[in-house]
Design a protein around this ligand. Sequence first.
Ligand code: NG6
Ligand code: CA
Length: 500
Amino acid sequence: MNRLLIFLCCFIAAPICRAQQQKPNVVIIYADDLGYGDLSCYGAKMIQTPNIDKLAAQGMKFTRGHATAATCTPSRYSLLTGEYAWRKKGTNILPGDASLIVPTNRTTLPIVFKKAGYQTAAIGKWHLGLGNGGEPDWNGEIKPGPNETGFDYSFFFPATADRVPTVFIENHHVIALDTTDPITVSYQHKVGDDPTGKEFPQLLKMHSTPGQGHDQTIVNGIGRIGYMKGGRTARWTDEELAFTFIDKAKKFIRQQQQRPFFLYLSLSDIHVPRMPGTAFKGISKLGYRGDAILQMDWSVGQVMQMLESLHLDKNTIVIFSSDNGPVLDDGYQDGAVTQQHGHQPTGPFRGGKYSILEGGTRVPFIIHWPHSIKPGVSDALVSQVDLLASFAAMFRQSLPDNDAVDSWNLLDAFFGKSKKGRSSYVEDGSSMAYIQGDWKYIVPKAGPKLMEAVNIETGLDTAPQLFNLKNDPAEKNNMAAANAALVQRMAAALEQVKTS
Ligand code: NG6
Ligand code: CA
């Protein structure tokens, strides 16, 4: 009888048995340019994000969760390497034909998982370069790339949705490419006969903002940064991006029967060009930016449904965050400004994408793991750069001395067992900032107060700035003059981190 019961358990409820026994799966859902105030669980009033709200309600919601930088490439570099990107030259926003910047001979986040026996996948936006110097071989084998940095499987686009080439790559090859119509890419000069946004604005279905570029090769009625020729059958339609990535993500999850998995799902939403699937257009009443937020929330719901249907949801750690803060007009007239209707993408903070003010790097940060995390809200200071050392600690892996040097083991904070996060942290945007406890010191730097093109405050000042983030989250009251000794100590501490 007992044997029969065991047999029945393992046969009928096999997925449940598996979920209880196995190491937890890990899914990082990484949104693009999503602000602290863009989700209803972080206080948004003009938009509802029920799927992400559910993650927050059932998991740990962080109020001091950070990307390392106020733009995409450096933040992603840090997430995958456990190192501040400013330590390495060439880690700023990359063009679409840049070489790979993630080292292939060091411990990366996916390598931590691989060593622990996981299957790993990168799906979505990459933006960390491809190839080994020179133009990637778009018509042949494209490597090194995600697969050489620790991912067993990859399905991605090279850079951003507004940069050529607008094609998908699966592992080492552009998909759906007709070899008689090869791809050429240039960021210097026009290639081929495709119309550009500059020459033929009448062909555009969404206009770029005057003076903000995005007026080179037109693909799918949208002007891009950069020129491309050929690859006609391989070019994507922007409206399908989210669906394609979710389809691939679901397929990857479904295929994992034997081993635990790590999925880095890097959504294209809500980066420009915001051209959501037709079903989402006009729904949010906040323009395509709001519609893209709804689509992003739908994407999260799809992943959760997939996990639930396989009985994997309880023992999967789902981490949701964003690569940098928000921007309304990042180069296209998509209704984000004209239909803002009082929506505050940075929530209580100032600044936004590109800025050194809190809006630049303080982003939504949620960890959902019903098996082990009790729901709650945490004020611990945590960063995406810390995930590498934390998961290495979870698997009891030691890291070589020169690897992941800025990553701290914050496992207890991440899983809600401790309220103690980082004691110090470096933010990187228009300037640099050093955080210690409640204090934030911004390194003096000359420059405009406002980035006019995107209408975002830089946070720059030629004098030192010191804010108490607890009492003054909007960084309005510069207390540097009254706390000169503290400013000096923090400036010295930052120098020490930079030179260590
Ligand atoms: C900027 C682009 C912006 C966006 C950004 C990268 C212009 C004027 N602006 O240079 O549209 O593509 O790069 O965004 O070209 S990120 O989220 O990938 O860092
Ligand atoms: Ca971004």
